[in-house]
Design a binder for this molecule. Sequence first.
Ligand SMILES: *Cc1c(COP(=O)(O)O)cnc(C)c1O
Length: 497
Amino acid sequence: MALSYESTRGGEKGVTSSQAILKGLAKDGGLFMPTEIPALDLPIRELAGLSYQETAYRIMRLFLTDFTEEELKNCIAKAYDEKFDTEEIAPLTKAEGAYFLELYHGNTIAFKDMALSILPHLMTTAAKKNHVDHQIVILTATSGDTGKAALAGFADVPGTKIIVFYPKGGVSRVQELQMRTQKGDNTSVVAIHGNFDDAQTGVKKLLADKELEQEMGEAGFQFSSANSINIGRLVPQIVYYVYAYAKLLENGEIAEGEEINVTVPTGNFGNILAAYFAKRMGLPIKTLICASNENKVLYDFFATGTYDRNREFVLTNSPSMDILISSNLERLIYLSTGCDAKATGELMKELSSQGSYHVTEQMRAFMSDFVGGFATEEEDEAEIRRIFEDTGYLVDTHTGVAAAVYHQYQEKTGDETKTVIASTASPFKFSHSVMEAIKGKDAVEGKDEFEIVDALSSLAAVPVPKAVEEIRTAPIRHNLECDVDGMKDMVKGILKI
Ligand SMILES: *Cc1c(COP(=O)(O)O)cnc(C)c1O
């Protein structure tokens, strides 16, 4: 059955999946949603034993209905190949009574690779299908990990250019080096004088700028987005939750139909929303535990029904979660209104004019599968240390937040449901913070990032990932910087229009 997509704000309807991927954001600033969430079309036990690639095809075909079998399988094969350092693609590790779903075995050692390895292939396939002859310009705002993963995915892909904006001083040293050493003639990286929300808002503005769109068109370009608002990122992220469940079943860790909980370290609400989609497709997930760092806008939202971004933006050691405007929440809001685009649009208008909105009791009841929690920097560090000391297993600062929130939840509720924790980055991407958490300030003070990387590697007896080795000596290729209100001129300069 062909699924069609529509904007959460009502401005676009009847859009095919390939068109929605090309557009990224809808014209009215809304996000594309399928008109229904398809159900799994085979019993989960039949998924047990399937490879990651086969599972991906089984799930993605239900959403991307205007791609042919050959097109989709081709995209999947190109995405999930030896770029990943394990054949399993997303392995599960049992530690401390939970299952860590390691989503960081790709090119750039963060979970963004799970979707951004495939997005460029989906996008170029979509362009061909829709007879697009413009060059596609990917505009992306990053809190650190999306940028590198998108750059790696789109580098030298014919017919595309990519421009990434990151908050200067708001990403880890490894994240910054990864982006600024990126190769590829079609890649540009710009540090902005602002935080992630400034970057994301700026990019959304550019994507919705009609005048710019016209000028771009005349010069043979059209924009798209690699941010997690793109449905082409959300759909591939559903796959690993289904895969994880099937693996637990295959390994005899759970019985068929047994419910699990999922804990996700959350920023833009993309990863956890994918888990929710998996639940709606029929995967037995009970509770979705949404873990925030000190930017706990989502925790407050689930606790009170008020979303309020009017607060101080805190820079933490889990920078990929330093976000006050969680864009993908709009999709849950939309579902919770019974797909009422008008009501959704009004709430989003309030968010942009007043910085806050309040949802109805009915909407809150709809969202009761979600529980929010947050961990402070100290709690995160203590959790990383505890897990390492108890089990020898290293987790990064984002996964540490999730694990800490999971334990708080468990203590508070006594819920013993087996739990998958999304493990979103390699600890080596945040070596400084991870080392400090385990061994204290003295172990990092005055040390160069790579000294710490090596020390962490010997401490945990885990080899340094290739992605970190590569940037040790790579030359810096990108030096652009601008103010938030200079983003438009920067883009025009890069495209020479
Ligand atoms: C992006 C990211 C997150 C947050 O994911 P969202 O989909 O934005 O909620 C968490 N951890 C890491 C390491 C990330 O890169």
